[in-house]
Design a protein around this ligand. Structure first.
Ligand SMILES: NC(=O)c1ccc[n+]([C@@H]2O[C@H](COP(=O)([O-])OP(=O)(O)OC[C@H]3O[C@@H](n4cnc5c(N)ncnc54)[C@H](O)[C@@H]3O)[C@@H](O)[C@H]2O)c1
Length: 226
């Protein structure tokens, strides 16, 4: 169904419709008219009708659209149910916090397993997520079709761990360690360095103070701004 040819402008609007329909569904609404959708999303009703016409016979004249049906249709179309499984390596302080967070705002990403070398952690569950030994990495990765790993091991373990998980089939790494990692060209590496983020914030605060910090002249104009 998602291979259906629809104009790009329409395809871009589909997630907007989807999110709004999800809201309607959550409050128990069963029907919606193109005029109501138009009001809520600020999209011309004719455009909405045309967009939906690309998707097939979805609405009846004078009845509007069935929220449930439309939602299911768009869900299939957008494959919103498809979840990307992710693993986390290094279930320490930061790793535990991230397992607890588990990207709860996204329905499409989920940490399915943690890995650690500490025998005291292996075989336990942290925030309901099982922790495995590194020996089982390849097996668990394959079982859950995981291509993305979050790295929260100590910096001096980061490169060796990276080499190991990449050899097991990981193709994307979110690196929270301060280590500068080397990966093959077919692996995507994203680095999150909280120290640099914090220092950048402090630098900007010092050198480019927010508006409120600019001293005002007596008549309320920013000082030295003419
Ligand atoms: N804690 C923070 O606020 C914070 C913030 C930013 C970045 N970091 C970085 O994140 C990383 C983790 O920090 P932390 O405070 O959670 O450390 P931590 O020592 O609490 O946790 C590290 C975990 O990794 C495990 N581990 C060690 N070697 C391993 C290996 N080879 N394979 C798998 N697991 C291994 C340890 O057993 C431990 O559970 C560090 O590199 C740190 O610099 C931490």
């Amino acid at each position: 169904m998602s291979d259906m040819k629809i104009p790009q402008v329409t395809a871009k609007r589909l997630p907007l419709y989807y999110r709004y329909l999800e809201k309607l569904h959550a409050i128990g609404k069963r029907r919606v008219s193109s005029a109501q959708l138009s009001d809520a999303l600020q999209i011309d009703p004719a455009t909405i009708r045309r967009d939906f016409s690309y998707l097939g016979e979805l609405g009846k004249k004078g009845y509007g659209y069935n929220v449930n049906y439309l939602l299911q249709f768009l869900r299939d179309f957008l494959r919103q149910d498809e979840v990307t499984n992710v693993v986390l390596v290094g279930v320490g302080h930061l790793g535990t916090a991230l397992l607890g967070y588990n990207f709860y705002r996204s329905h499409s990403t989920k940490i399915v397993a943690g890995f650690d070398t500490d025998p005291g952690k292996v075989g336990t569950e942290v925030e309901g997520i099982p922790v495995f030994s590194m020996d089982r990495f390849a097996e668990v990765r394959e079982l859950h079709h995981v291509e993305v790993a979050i790295l929260t091991v100590p910096a001096n373990e980061a490169q060796a761990t990276t080499d190991r998980i990449v050899a097991s089939g990981i193709r994307g790494i979110l690196n929270f360690t301060p280590a500068r990692l080397t990966v093959p060209r077919n692996v995507r590496l994203h680095h999150i360095d909280l120290t640099i983020e914090l220092q950048t914030l402090i630098y900007f605060l010092k050198n480019f103070p927010p508006e409120e910090d600019i001293p005002l002249t007596e008549d309320g104009q920013p000082d030295g701004q003419g």
